[in-house]
Design a protein around this ligand. Structure first.
Ligand code: MV4
Length: 492
């Protein structure tokens, strides 16, 4: 398992269910992490910094050879979309649980991906299909597309290397900036131009392909609720897709996957405009953070499918046997302070109790008492709720958020609760600008500081002791139990 935290645990759980022994690798910062304990074997691969541990492909392969490992699951992030790593793994005689290096490279280049999509009649946002080089030609094209336009870096993705240009006068300057930025950030200055879609929804299709010519789509995930390209809430299905649109987008996604001879789990991203026209954006060649919502509505374990495919087996499900069961919502619980610009809030999880019960799934990698390390993504867990329909899923999510107990760090729980209750969200009528348009930090009542909680607890204990001293029976005692915790609950 060439990863850490929640995704390492998530993958190893499925491996264990399949009777497959696992090896964890870990950094010095993760010695005591649950993923290390969960694995059958674990090997320390270096200091805390990712560049000295989880990104050291050669070191990881060396460990695998030493322990006789058959396959490497890269999770998401780190080495998961690194074509060179996939190639090295294969050359070492180890199975990379993911697509080929070639498929990764094709989709890693947004221009190559667009060219492939175009060749297969997949709708694209009007714009250039090749890299723009000549400034004058580019300005001409931008004028033809019509402002505002978006300049995107071919090597970018996930919002990196994007620039909106509102007016023709700004175009040349912005283009030059985009090229030099792309050159320094990605070592590839290729950029292209697209019409700027002003109020899009981000809808992505999960695909799964085996090495026997089978490729299926597992419907969509709606990921429009994001903040600075960081997804916050994901759900499946989308509140706005019709069965026809769903099938059309699904079939396009399968065509893209087949066009790059795809193998394993992948995600094809689309923009959906105000008129519900969809456009291919890019393909992510990994298992995504938000994959659980798809698992909840389809009943398919995507990790098990990945492993089956990597072993050379066929997919366990066929398209005609897939259907959508209910509704699933995922929120990402981050150790970040929404009242303070979502700055990572590191610290110790003094209290950490997970919600449970009806329809609740938590994919996490933290336990009470653990420190949130500064070296990695501060995501504490993914809270997923599955219910009969969207309304019930939202209610279930609010209940689960309220049952989640965290103290020691600020988290995005209250922010997610705000989203769940917002009319734009509950109505299903929102776009990628939701957070920017509707959220203000003032909307969240501040949680009490740790000192305030201690003072509150002491006062409650004192009051209770003076009351219980007078109480005559255990029953009476019970009825005088303080409700201070309920009263102090934030975000109400
Ligand atoms: C766009 C767009 C509007 N018009 N392309 C951002 C991530 C990258 N995958 C593509 N992105 C966008 N491309 C055109 N022609 C708006 C975005 C975009 C966005 C897309 C999906 C989810 C969130 C987003 C937030 C800001 C911008």
């Amino acid at each position: 398992m060439a990863n850490r935290g929640e995704i390492a645990l998530r993958v190893m759980r499925s491996a264990r269910e399949m009777g497959i022994a696992t090896v964890a690798v870990y950094s010095e910062a993760d010695r005591k992490s649950p993923h290390v304990r969960y694995a059958d074997e674990a090997v320390c691969i270096g200091p805390p910094a990712s560049s000295q541990s989880y990104l050291r492909g050669e070191k990881i392969i060396e460990v695998c050879k030493r322990l006789g490992v058959d396959g490497i699951h890269p999770g998401y992030g780190f080495l998961s979309e690194n074509a060179d790593f996939a190639r090295m793994v294969k050359a070492a005689g180890i199975t990379f649980i993911g697509p080929s290096a070639e498929a990764m490279e094709m989709m890693g280049s947004k221009l190559a991906a667009k060219a492939t999509a175009k060749a297969h009649n997949i709708p694209l946002v009007p714009g250039t299909a090749e890299a723009v080089t000549d400034t004058a030609v580019a300005a001409q094209i931008a004028a033809e597309i019509g402002f505002p336009v978006l300049i995107k870096a071919s090597a970018g993705g996930g919002g990196k290397g994007m620039r909106i240009v509102e007016r023709a006068e700004e175009f040349e300057e912005q283009l030059n900036l985009a090229v030099s930025e792309a050159t320094s950030a990605f070592g590839d200055g290729s950029v292209f131009i697209e019409r700027y879609v002003g109020s899009p929804r981000h809808i992505e299709i999960q695909v799964m392909a085996d090495n026997h010519g089978n490729c299926i789509y597992l419907f969509e995930r709606e990921c429009s609720i994001q903040r600075r390209h960081q997804k916050v809430v994901e759900e499946a299905p989308s509140a706005v897709l019709t069965p026809e649109l769903r099938r059309e987008m699904g079939e396009c996604a399968v065509r893209i996957a087949k066009a790059c001879n795809y193998s394993g789990a992948g995600t094809v991203e689309f923009l959906l405009d105000e008129n519900h026209r969809f456009y291919f954006l890019e393909m992510n060649t990994r298992l995504q953070v938000e994959h659980p919502v798809t698992e909840m509505i389809t009943g398919v374990d995507l990790v098990k499918e990945q492993i089956r495919v990597a072993r050379g087996e066929t997919l366990s499900v066929q398209q005609e046997n897939l259907s959508i069961n209910g509704h699933a919502i995922e929120i990402r619980v981050y150790a970040e302070d929404p009242a303070n610009g979502f700055l990572p809030d590191i610290g110790r999880l003094n209290v950490y109790r997970l919600p449970e019960g009806n329809g609740v799934r938590v994919d996490g990698g933290f336990e009470e008492g653990m420190d949130v390390p500064i070296y990695y993504d501060p995501m504490l867990s993914k809270l997923i709720v599955h219910a009969e329909n969207r309304e019930e899923a939202i209610r279930g999510m609010i209940r689960a958020i309220d049952d989640y107990r965290i103290s020691g760090v600020q988290t995005t729980l209250g922010f997610c609760r705000f989203v769940m209750q917002h009319p734009a969200f509950t109505s299903g009528n929102f776009d990628t600008h939701f957070v920017k348009h509707f959220f203000k930090p003032e909307y969240l009542k501040p949680t009490l500081s740790e000192q305030e909680e201690v003072i509150g607890a002491l006062m409650a204990a004192y009051l209770r002791s003076s009351v219980t001293a007078k109480a005559q029976s255990p029953q009476e005692n019970q009825s005088t139990v303080s409700r201070w915790k309920e009263r102090r609950k934030a975000y109400r």
